[in-house]
Design a protein around this ligand. Structure first.
Ligand SMILES: [Zn+2]
Length: 336
């Protein structure tokens, strides 16, 4: 770079610095509260409370469970009282449901507890779910507002000590008997769309169910409010508080979440909606934000809706959608 070019760059930086300062002031003071996360004591307190109320992950080697049934021989009846046979089922042949062929029972199970959208929510030491009122997550967009209370269930809200009831009508059928549980439980994971508005919730879901159940999940829907100033190292340097972002709004949680998703063996459909309070100050920040999504190559359908204007993206494993606004024409401009 010539001396003249260097001087020009320095001059441009000096000229633009007031704009950057104004922009940072606006971002930290004027944007909506739910999009503002810049490492204040409030963010730290919320993070520590979420940590204290987090669901416990499964042990690395989960104990043998007696919920699903094992195969048994005809001569096992006399041994039913034996401790060895805990987990066996009693004869259900008198049940009208059990008299149906397995294929018909499976259709009934799927109609009862599958093929829905389940909004997953974080509760005290556990997860809950809200069955969507709409047939698809796309219908429920934006921000799941038809069935979802942001003030209660978003990653910017407190985990309520006494949350409103969320568990609907999946568990009662599964808890009817072990045979029904064994025959039906896979449909919960393989046919429902799991919708998340909280990255912590997705991470806990993957670690609090059995790995083979998690691997059955085929459809995910994620709506996430990206927190400023993620991947913006310059803005983070200017901020006084350290760190600038607490989990789950930080870069490590973002990348860890996408690592989990990229390892899902049966993921077929993935829709992601990302919100931000403004355009990215520097297009490289957006590129770093989207880089982890490029690890996900398995889904047949992978749509990413970016709720801010910018350059067209055509080289990813996903289809990117941008708002068709007049501002998009100026989106390629960098601020510094
Ligand atoms: Zn919904």
């Amino acid at each position: 770079m010539t001396r003249r070019a260097t001087l020009s760059t320095i001059a441009l930086g000096i000229a633009c610095s007031p704009i950057l300062c104004c922009w940072i002031t606006f971002a930290s003071c004027c944007c909506p509260r739910r999009l503002r996360s810049h490492g204040g004591s409030e963010d730290k307190r919320r993070f520590e409370k979420r940590q204290a109320m987090a669901p416990r992950p499964l042990p690395v080697r989960p104990p043998e469970r007696a919920v699903t049934i094992r195969n048994r021989s005809e001569n096992d009846a006399s041994e039913l009282e034996s401790k060895e046979l805990r987990g066996m089922v009693l004869d259900q042949s008198a049940s009208k449901l059990m008299q149906l062929p397995l294929e018909l029972r499976q259709l009934i199970y799927r109609a009862a507890i599958g093929d829905s959208v389940m909004h997953m929510v974080l509760k005290k030491h556990k997860l809950g779910y809200i069955r969507c009122k709409d047939p698809t997550a796309t219908d429920c967009s934006l921000e799941y507002s038809r069935c979802f209370s942001r003030n209660t269930w978003s990653a910017f809200a407190e985990i309520p000590d006494e949350p409103p009831p969320t568990d609907g009508d999946v568990l009662p059928l599964l808890l009817t008997c072990r045979q029904i549980y064994s025959e039906a439980v896979d449909f919960v994971y393989s046919t429902n769309t799991f919708a998340f508005a909280d990255l912590d919730c997705l991470r806990y879901f993957s670690s609090t169910i059995l790995p083979h159940r998690w691997s059955l999940v085929q459809k995910l829907d994620i709506e996430w409010c990206v927190s400023w100033p993620i991947y913006d190292s310059l803005a983070q340097t200017v901020l006084i508080s350290r760190p600038a972002l607490y989990p789950p709004h930080d870069e490590a949680t973002w990348e860890g979440t996408w690592r989990i998703i990229s390892e899902m063996k049966n993921l077929r459909s993935l829709r992601v909606t990302l919100m931000y309070f403004d355009v990215f100050r520097d297009s490289s920040c957006e590129e770093r934000l989207l880089a982890p999504l490029r690890q996900v190559t398995l889904p047949n359908k992978f749509d990413v809706h970016l709720r801010w204007p910018g350059k067209e993206i055509t080289d990813g494993p996903f289809r990117a959608f941008r708002p068709a606004t007049r501002e998009a024409d100026n989106s390629s401009e960098e601020w510094v």
